[in-house]
Design a binder for this molecule. Structure first.
Ligand code: IDP
Ligand code: MG
Length: 153
């Protein structure tokens, strides 16, 4: 099953939106494989956002993601990476479509509530930054056989 790293960013936690965002992923049929609260350190944030180092928004991005606690989640499911990205919407809140998380809850270019891995390679790297293998649980839920059709491609 494909896995993706989701971060509910400090604005999401401060605005008390954790439950409403997690609910959307549960409703969609993605399964939580791991979940924890963390206040991300600057060195860890710099590793996570290394691909953006040198861009004009990079210093502000590091300040933002380290500004307070975040919720880290690993979501598992068929096409979990693309599905979560679609549910998040475009990067800037004012461009994100209504119905998406960023489209429904924000207007900012920086404070956009949520991070999601953008490829299988980045998912693997990002999950390893925050989770030990033993912290990820693999299980099926009662709903699973009706949300993921076996053998479907
Ligand atoms: P993504 O989060 O949709 O994958 P990226 O381009 O990877 O978007 O950017 C990482 C994060 O950096 C964004 O989620 C946002 O918080 C911030 N960011 C991206 N572009 C800008 C910008 O032009 N101004 C301010 N912040 C930005
Ligand atoms: Mg990105």
């Amino acid at each position: 099953m494909e896995k993706t790293l989701i971060i509910l960013k400090p604005d999401c936690v401060q605005r008390r939106l954790i439950g409403r965002i997690v609910q959307r992923f549960e409703d969609k049929g993605l399964t939580l494989a791991g979940m924890k609260l963390m206040h991300i350190s600057r060195p860890l944030a710099e590793r996570h956002y290394a691909p953006h180092k040198g861009k004009p928004f990079y210093p502000g991005l590091i300040d933002y993601i380290t500004a307070g606690p975040v919720v880290l989640m690993v979501l598992a499911g068929a096409r979990a990476i693309d599905t979560a990205r679609k549910m998040m919407g475009k990067t800037f809140g004012y461009e994100a479509e209504p119905g998406t998380i960023r489209g429904d809850f924000g207007v900012s270019k920086t404070f956009n509530l949520i991070h999601g891995s953008d490829s299988p390679a980045s998912a693997e790297t990002e999950i390893a930054l925050y989770f030990q293998p033993a912290e990820l649980l693999h299980y099926t839920t009662a709903a699973h056989s009706w949300t993921d059709k076996p053998g479907e491609t």
